[in-house]
Design a protein around this ligand. Structure first.
Ligand SMILES: [Zn+2]
Ligand SMILES: [Zn+2]
Length: 347
């Protein structure tokens, strides 16, 4: 097993409905970005999903809710689901569209969170017990930090303009973890104790000067840490879909997400179809590559290629990858390329 904290899969490939299955390997749980058709997701994987992050309620991003619901009805577990403005009412409407006279109280529980335009987050726990009638209340959560998962990963949101509505982009941030080498403990004849926690804390906070008392003996912290502790790097994954290439969106993304290691981005249109992209408030291959570079992304994946490309999604995906390959990382040179692209949109 690689030490990557998560793996992900595009449920419907490069051109089908948006849905990304992310397996959080440290806890065996999964999350979904978007809920397009999820018929291609196996039952076992479906049951691993505990958190769902929906960008917006265009049908190709939300039609999979019914399958999520259906698979979970017998299992009586609470699911958390996040989405944009009006999302609580949309989930309520979906739930109310079925007849529920055969289930037990509290059998269906959806904790719904709504990320509003002003960055505030409202929530409601919708259950069959009260016929899904709970009203929305303001939480102290902000879009900067929606949730911390059991493995310490956090999810943040950025609100993107998408043809007059908001589409939510998300960032999953899995922290670095430290591992103690038990073989080295043994060869140094050291017994684990509270000192090991202290040592890890020093490494985590970068304070490795000086000595430490370990199991009754004194060691230089830096040397002991070098022997005993291996560091598995953190990774972060940005999910970007259904947004226009505008100064406002670019600014909001940078502000909310900073830098990330991995990115999945829509690349709906080819570079030459820029005017279509502007019209539909989507990204071209070049625009998605520019955004990925501006977020410092190293591992770049595209999806949600438009169905107008009868020859399949590969040429557009290939084009996005080659733009990404040729563009520089964050800096004045990249900023110039972004300005040139913005100027082309305005003309
Ligand atoms: Zn879409
Ligand atoms: Zn859309």
């Amino acid at each position: 097993m690689s030490d990557k904290p998560f793996d992900f899969r595009l449920v419907n490939g490069l051109q089908g409905d948006p849905a990304v299955f992310v397996l959080l390997k440290r806890m065996g749980e999964a999350l979904l970005f978007d809920l397009g058709s999820i018929e291609n997701l196996g039952h076992r994987d479906m049951l691993r999903v505990r958190h769902v992050f929906v960008s917006h309620a265009h049908m190709d991003h939300f039609v999979g809710f019914d399958r999520l619901l259906r698979v979970n009805v017998p299992h009586r577990r609470q699911l958390s689901i996040f989405g944009p403005d009006d999302f609580i009412e949309r989930v309520r409407a979906k739930l109310n569209s079925y007849t529920w006279n055969l289930i037990e109280p509290d059998q269906i529980r959806f904790l719904v969170h709504e990320v509003r335009v002003d960055g505030s987050v409202w929530s409601a726990l919708l259950t069959n017990t009260d016929k899904f009638s709970a009203s929305a209340s303001l939480t102290d959560i902000t879009h900067h930090h929606l949730v911390t998962l059991r493995d310490g990963s956090q999810v943040a949101a950025a609100l993107m303009e998408h043809k007059g509505i908001m589409s939510v982009s998300y960032k999953l941030e899995a922290p670095a973890i430290l591992k103690v080498r038990t073989d080295k403990l043994k060869s140094l004849h050291l017994k684990a104790g509270p000192w090991l926690g202290d040592l890890q804390h020093r490494v985590r906070t970068g304070r490795v000067q000086g000595d430490i008392e370990a199991d009754g003996r004194t060691f230089a912290i830096e040397e002991l840490a070098h022997e005993l502790i291996t560091q598995h790097k953190g990774r972060s994954l940005v999910y970007l879909t259904d947004l226009s290439f505008s100064p406002r969106n670019l600014e909001a993304l940078k502000k909310a997400f900073g830098q990330a290691s991995d990115g999945i981005s829509e690349s709906s249109f080819a570079d030459e179809d820029r005017s279509r992209a502007v019209d539909k408030a989507h990204l071209t291959s070049r625009q998605s590559a520019l955004i990925a570079r501006s977020l410092g992304i190293q591992h770049f994946h595209v999806f949600h290629v438009s169905g107008i490309y009868g020859q399949g999604p590969q040429p557009v995906a290939e084009e996005a990858r080659s733009f990404f390959h040729d563009l520089p990382g964050p800096g004045p040179e990249l900023d110039r390329e972004i300005q040139i692209e913005l100027a082309k949109i305005q003309s």
